[in-house]
Write a protein that binds this ligand. Sequence first.
Ligand code: ADP
Ligand code: MG
Length: 588
Amino acid sequence: MSSEPIIRRAPIRVLRDSVARKIAAGEVIDRPASAVRELLDNSLDAGSTEISLHITGGGIESIRVVDNGWGMSEEDLRLCWLPHATSKIESEEDLLRIHTLGFRGEALSSLANVSRLEILSKPIEEEIGHRLIVHGGQLISLTPQAAKPGTVVTVSDLFFAIPARRKFLKRPSTETNLCRSMFLEKALPFPDREFKLFIEGKLTHFLPISHLTERIAQVYPEETRQSSLHELSGSGTGFRFRIVTGSPEAYRKDRKHLQLYVNRRRIWDFSLLQGVEYAFSSYLPGGTFPICYLFLEIDPEWVDFNIHPAKKEARIRNTEDLRSRILEVLSSYLLSQGRASLRNLQLSGYSPVGDQASLWVGEGSETRPPTIPRGLPHSFGGKQGLAFNESADSILKQAASDQPPILPDAPFLYKGQVFGLFLLVEWNDTVFLVDQHAAHERFIYDELSRDNAPQPLLIPLEVSVDPEEEARLLENASKVRPLGVQLEKLRSGNWALTALPSAFRGAEEEVITLVKTQTGTLERIKQELFAQIACKKAIKDGEGISPLPAYEILRYVFSLDNPRCPHGRPLWVQISREELLRGVGRIL
Ligand code: ADP
Ligand code: MG
């Protein structure tokens, strides 16, 4: 990104107890890839412009990082492997404005304990370098040694002193792959630095200094080849962002290329990426995802990284503001791609006259249908109403008939579909254009909220998971039980979805993916899960709908106190007879 974080070189100190206690604790090094993450972060924090990573034997045998950063003095080397030794923060207040990737002073000390650690380093201004050797927490030596400016860290024989931990590692080839992914993830947001990866002594990746879009293409050549990448940008109070996105045609079946980086760290937060998905939702087939990389630069005082020991989460204060700016920028890009999206559709040829003539039901507007009788029949999702997720799915696929019947208990008249996007309704002296996808999404979302009775699956759905996903499953499986979702561990690395409520049927994959990746409270997991299922199952733009389900959806959404879709958007636009008459000059 254009502006460099302000990092100053400072001597290493051991943090005071009171500060150390404020740091989110947890296991920092659990496998070779996490050692790679920490070592690359250190090289980046040291201002290096050339970084090489060497992996041997899955990183279990050895990991070496060579950089040309500002190096460490003899005194720094003496301290660097002690717990809470860091040059990056000093006080509690510093935790509130973190400019560096590291700040805990834990990585080198963990590595020193669980491996044979060797660091050769020389600051540019010093005559001679020094070599530190620590094996399993025991200082072996610290001696002067000729060296180039910069640092070479070698971690060998990972977990040699902890055979139990070593047992949890996968085959070397798998660990190598995880190290490679970590390397690519680290290099991606730093196009202004050169990176090299050597596996078993062979250069496999060379990423020369370039621009952001070019760096993404270097990192993911296969995936981005088909799609021309576009770069967008935007800003707001305390933040700015860049988006590198593929066109809507280059969609994927998974979220692998939907990535978020906050101050150049990869963050696994669905809530901001949801804004991206939402912007794309009416351009993509259901269940598919865009290629989109989001790079946020947030004022360090607005974001807290001291949450997750593996640095995967951040707490951002102005998420709402951010989300709406991102949505705006992406929506206008998508619109400029020349494809109509239902949410950006403008009614043309009408210019409202007079102050109160408002055509659109804006955000926060309290406008509602005029005379909705309370107590409308809305036993939806229950045994009486249409069971949408099963029977209505097929009805939805049928084309709308020309003359919709008037249902006896509906106080409004459904007049048919418009543009394959809106349901047109006449009600007293107002016409409503109801966003069919958003309305159906809300209908399904609420039905999911009501159905938490687990129905056993005839054939449990088995999945294999990596250790990280497994850890998350262990944490989340009990959390999601109250939703009626049951996941069981078969053996290490193998889980099965055994039961889920009938309203969730057809979204089994989404359920598993979310439970194995999402973090946070039950409420957060629930919202994300329901929004995804609802979006997947809801009628899409351009799909026909027959009158019966249209009436069911309409009656339901008209009975809501807060008629918005799960993403918070209004469900309809309304125009009064008077506004129409004014529009054609019949009344003034
Ligand atoms: P943290 O990065 O959280 O400060 P680490 O244990 O990773 O903690 O590193 C301890 C200290 O060692 C860092 O604060 C930094 O001063 C120094 N250090 C580590 N790696 C390097 C490197 N490659 N170049 C220069 N200094 C380094
Ligand atoms: Mg570090």
